[in-house]
Design a binder for this molecule. Structure first.
Ligand SMILES: [Zn+2]
Length: 387
């Protein structure tokens, strides 16, 4: 695709002390060293969720929850909206969960992501529900909040970016942290009913394949029933150079790759492999058509031994059947270390740019191929026709 001219290069319980506590939301000029501004460019986020057995599983890569203001207003009460979407704060000692002593889990009111467990709840005397640690570090994002002339550490839901409250360094052992929450940001589920928090993501699996331009590979897999999401990105190299410009140099070790998030009950890893080998050329080393360089290599990034064995078996079957004549399959099997999602402008590229020259000449014929050869595995409506 580098040949396309249009190619685009993300304590106390009295009022006075309660007010002091509010101000203390400012005194703790935090030295929390884990603050990493969430990249809203990244369409995926890594979190832990509950499975159908009520067990916390992960970390898993899941799509961010993004809604319009109108959608949030329809979903949330006015007070929930004011606090979670407009960074509001409820009045001290007024929250419904402040005195809740039941055992269970506090989840995000906006998207249901589990955030805190009753195990870490403590009585801070500040007037807001307080916890000394999140249920999973990944699930609570931290960012610097400079509002009201104070520097505080704001905490947000990692999946929907809903405002939760703040975190301070004056909490109890073992963490010494105080996560100060708004009740309105939370939804409580008692420990008997954790299975009701089961997240569809808990039964999803990921596969990471490379086979040339990621725009094409992504568009092919988006067609398949059981594929929840296909994300364009980079695998095989390190974080520092996981960006389009550097990867294009062919010197970073990355391949343009696609993370396929799928439901193993509806489509198997082996079926995904069959589609991949039928829709790209696995016999050309470091090349797909006019796209040349190691960043365009054909690779299956294997997350475990099972994926590796299945891949080897599929390659052996194709070889035995002479699927590519005399040409040898040169697809590499590489261990999956980290998958780095690509910049937003590369996501859903074919869908967004159906008239672009490279898309018409190279990507859409591959989509046609999967539609023709795997007619029994397609979504009822092609994502390309939903636009
Ligand atoms: Zn959320």
């Amino acid at each position: 695709m580098s040949t396309s001219p249009a190619r685009l290069a993300p304590r106390p319980a009295i009022l006075v002390l309660a007010l002091l506590a509010l101000w203390s939301c400012g005194h703790a000029q935090t030295t929390l060293d884990t603050i990493a501004p969430a990249s809203m460019e990244d369409p995926m986020v890594t979190v832990r969720v509950f499975d159908a057995a009520g067990k916390l599983v992960g970390p898993l890569s899941v799509p961010r929850v993004e809604r319009t203001e109108d959608e949030w207003k329809a979903l949330l009460s006015p007070e929930q909206y004011r606090i979670t979407r407009d960074s509001g704060t409820e009045r001290a000692f007024c929250g419904t969960l402040l005195d809740n002593k039941l055992e269970g889990v506090y989840a995000c009111v906006g998207c249901g992501l589990p955030l805190f467990s009753s195990d870490s709840k403590f009585k801070s005397g500040t007037g807001w529900p307080s916890f000394f640690q999140p249920i999973a570090e990944e699930n609570v994002a931290k960012k610097v909040d400079s509002a009201y002339g104070m520097v505080r550490t704001e905490i947000n839901c990692a999946r929907c970016d809903g405002h939760l409250g703040h975190v301070f360094e004056d909490g109890p052992r073992p963490t010494g942290l105080r996560f100060c929450l708004n009740s309105e940001s939370l939804a409580f589920t008692d420990s008997e009913n954790l299975a009701t928090l089961a997240d569809p993501a808990a039964s999803r699996a990921n596969a990471v394949f490379a086979g040339g331009c990621f725009w094409c590979v992504e568009a092919v897999f988006e067609e398949l029933e059981g594929v929840i999401e296909a994300v364009s990105g980079y695998a095989g190299g390190t974080a520092e150079s996981a960006n389009y410009e550097d990867v294009c140099s062919g010197r970073t070790g990355h391949a343009e790759a696609v993370q396929i998030v799928y439901d193993p009950q509806r489509i198997s890893f082996e079926e995904l492999l069959q589609v991949h080998f039928a829709t790209h050329d696995p016999t050309t080393l470091n090349r797909q058509g006019n796209d040349a360089g190691p960043q365009y290599r054909s690779t299956i990034f294997c997350a475990n031994e099972e994926e590796r064995a299945l891949t080897q078996a599929v390659i052996a079957d194709l070889t035995e059947a002479g699927a590519f004549g005399d040409r040898k399959i040169v697809t590499t099997l590489e261990p999956l270390d980290v998958f780095y999602p690509a910049e937003m402008k590369h996501q859903n590229f074919v869908c967004q740019n159906p008239d672009q020259g490279y898309v018409r000449a190279v990507a859409l014929p591959k989509v046609e191929k999967v539609r023709k050869q795997f007619a029994d595995k397609l979504k009822q409506t092609s994502p390309l026709q939903q636009q």
